[in-house]
Design a protein around this ligand. Structure first.
Ligand code: NOJ
Length: 457
């Protein structure tokens, strides 16, 4: 049977995923909270970066965003109404420690206490990401992720979070997509803090990888029974043509995109064989680092949206490879111009599941941006629903084949600030009118809610 037929045959019922499967939605502090200067919050690199000219689509910023800081209760009630009982959000470091190190901010801590308590009161399980890209600006002035001191700054921050919230939070994620924040922020310069080049990229990689494990150790030290994970962006990588040059190019991109941060955590070291430029990272490594990079995570968060088709290219420095844009391949795409390719998530679950030391896997992000049209107060976003169904079928296939996938979180609950793309791409199950902050449940949100009806948490 060909794959498409096979896929069609897999109908979608929540029960098929098992009663313990966790269903949720994902968000991140800077993308939803707003209130960027409220109650003693310090600036983050995203406050600084969005204020620079020409960095963000139409000079948008997260100063107000979805006003989640003020509307969290309303949003949590809506979440509960939609039968969603697992909520992934992140803590803003500069809200709880305004200068990044030193004196904590009681009002910032209070916000997360109230948020967590409200979740629990509504029977919503909090899943907390410690770092979703908003480094305190004061730390960037000292070099940010390029400065090895970040390990001690980060450890202090994690310690505070665990001391304050660890009695109620049972599921933690240390980092969100390290490759993206070091790649876009410290190599390409298209995300905060806007740094470029190998001299920034290489130390940032190593320090992020060290923090990933060090942060996890701290949580376990305080709460041995807590579930500690970290999350990775990943894309299914395929060569453009079945020729050696493209196959090798795809292998290099795969090492960069899918292996760079998980393999050192598993004790396998960095994928230096495939990425020769990583040899230069030795300069930033100290004796004993290989052991420090390792941590036996309870779970890995897999975040997948699309696949990439790769071609060899002499012109691209270091990696000698480039991707062929989805637009040029005449394939279905989202508003991010990412190819819609459900098999990608199946392939990624297979890949992460094939590491013997990987325990549980959660899809901590998956979703799609489309141009939403409001008609008579309704948003009939069929394409988003179809996207979610297609990818969920692929997740179910992976699960049926015995892969250890334990949950799925849609990106995102509401529309929000999509980094350099501003508010233009809308990923939400719930529409946000940024003028009025009105929330409107999209058809996809209603579909998810129906799908989850009567779920056991
Ligand atoms: C990855 C990131 O974690 C999240 O912040 C972003 O908005 C989504 N994926 C969509 O691009």
């Amino acid at each position: 049977m060909v794959k498409e037929e096979q896929e069609k045959k897999l109908s979608l019922k929540r029960e098929d995923f098992g009663k313990d499967f966790k269903w949720g939605v994902s968000t991140a502090a800077y993308q939803i909270e707003g209130s960027h200067q409220a109650d003693g919050k310090g600036p983050s690199i995203w406050d600084i970066f969005t204020a620079k000219r020409g960095k963000i689509y139409q000079a948008h910023n997260g100063n107000i965003a979805c006003d989640f800081y003020n509307k969290y209760e309303e949003d949590l009630y809506l979440m509960k109404d939609l039968n969603i009982h697992n909520f992934r959000f992140s803590i803003s470091w500069s809200r709880v420690i305004p200068a990044g190190v030193g004196v904590p901010n009681p009002e910032g801590i209070d916000f997360y206490n109230k948020l967590i308590d409200k979740c629990l009161a509504l029977d919503i399980e909090p899943w907390v990401t410690l770092y979703h890209w908003d480094l305190p600006a004061a730390l960037e002035q000292k070099g940010g992720w390029t400065n090895r001191e970040i390990i001690s700054w980060f450890k202090d921050y994690v310690t505070l979070c665990v001391q304050c919230f660890g009695d109620r939070v049972k599921n933690w994620m240390v980092l969100n997509e390290p490759l993206v924040f070091v790649g876009a922020g410290y190599f390409l310069g298209v995300h905060a803090p806007g740094k470029r080049g190998m001299k920034n990229f290489l130390p940032a990689i190593h320090h992020a990888a060290l923090c990933q494990a060090e942060g996890a150790r701290i949580i376990k030290q305080y709460y041995p029974l807590a579930k500690v994970g970290t999350t990775f962006s990943c894309s299914f990588i395929e060569p453009s043509r079945p020729i050696q040059k493209d196959i090798m190019a795809a292998q290099r991109i795969d090492a960069l995109v899918n292996r760079l941060f998980i393999e050192p955590a598993l004790g396998m070291g960095y994928p230096v064989e495939d990425l020769k430029f990583l040899k230069k990272m030795e300069k930033y490594q100290l004796p004993g680092d290989k052991a420090l990079l390792q941590f036996d995570f309870d779970f890995i968060g897999v975040q997948n949206y699309t696949r990439e088709i790769i071609k060899h290219s002499w012109f691209v420095p270091y990696i000698k490879a480039r991707n062929i844009k989805a637009e040029k391949r005449k394939v279905p795409i989202t508003a991010m111009k990412w190819e819609i390719y459900p098999d990608s998530i199946y392939q990624m679950l297979k890949k992460f599941n094939s590491y013997k030391k990987v325990r549980d896997i959660y899809v901590t992000e998956n979703g799609a941006a489309f141009k939403d049209i409001i008609e008579d107060g309704r948003i009939n976003d069929k394409r988003r629903t179809n996207y979610l169904k297609g990818y969920l079928k692929a997740v179910l296939q992976a699960k049926k084949e015995g892969m250890n996938v334990k949950g799925y979180f849609v990106w995102s609950f509401t529309d929000n600030f999509e980094w350099a793309e501003g508010f233009r791409p809308r990923f939400g199950l719930v529409h946000v009118d940024y003028q009025t902050q009105k929330r409107t449940i999209k058809a996809s949100g209603k579909w998810y809610s129906n799908f989850l009806r009567n779920q056991v948490k």
